[in-house]
Design a protein around this ligand. Sequence first.
Ligand code: DAH
Length: 333
Amino acid sequence: MDDLSTIRSEALGAVQQAADLAALDAARVAALGKKGSVSGLMKTLGGSALSARLVNEKIDVSLPARPEGQGSLHPIGQVMDELAAIFGEMGFTWADGPDIEDDWHNFTALNIPPDHPARQMQDTFYLPPRADGTPMVLRTHTSPVQARTMLDKNVQRMLADGGSLRIIVPGRTFRIDNDATHTPMFHQVEGLVIDRTTHMGHLKGCVHDFCRAFFEVDDLPLRFRPSYFPFTEPSAEADIGCSWKDGELRIGAGDSWLEILGSGMVHPNVIANCGLDPAIYQGFAFGMGIDRIAMLKYGIPDLRSFFDSDLRWLRHYGFSTLEWPSLTQGLGR
Ligand code: DAH
């Protein structure tokens, strides 16, 4: 306060004694300028508040530190990373598409015309149509991303240059279904290879290599069974060898088989619908349930538990966020 009254009288004195404008301005600068006496005093305000705080606040340095929570990865995310590691090694890249899909990409492009009975195979969630009348659905499978990718002009140019298209599409899918083995939202991974020479033998080799790597069983038997899908011809379902002992499943050579995916050579109609010439291009596709292979690999008994958001469950089945799955360092824990 003393400082303040001295500054005040000095400043007022300087104003009174100012004989001309220049002297008056000098008096203003001396008090209120950047380096002036009032400004100097303002700067000390912060300092006095800090010393008051330091006097009043006490820190107890003997208190234990708060523990840091360590999160974990959901098994679905983990398995998606494992898929990326395995298929990445085979030259596949990760492709995406929308969860809300139009009827054309979800069905028609995939050789499932409007009145086709195959539409009843999938219990579809229909959405209100777009303003232009386009019928919309929640995608019932990841297969529409096949069409989205083949229609991509950059992909078509790459194929015309003699390249090979290899994608996996891990993602969410939706069907009206709810019991111990079905949930209305679930996950699939689609695989697609398109070029001029890829054949059924490549499909089988690719699926077999994947299954051996994913389940970490070198001599895992694989068999193809003839099947039907509108978007492939010929179509096959793939089974891996397994056995059951005291109600426990063991994956590997055994006396039983376990269905693992649907697949086939991409139907020429699909290739044509996607703007490519089926006389030039061919390839294979497959579709697999991610939740299902996660349950099989990690011994998770109930599909619904994946989506309960129970932290105790996640602590038990979750994965370290610091370990990235790789073929050389190991996939799972
Ligand atoms: N989209 C099929 C489904 O969800 C799965 C499938 C089967 C995908 C065969 C494919 C395939 O790409 O070739 O039921």
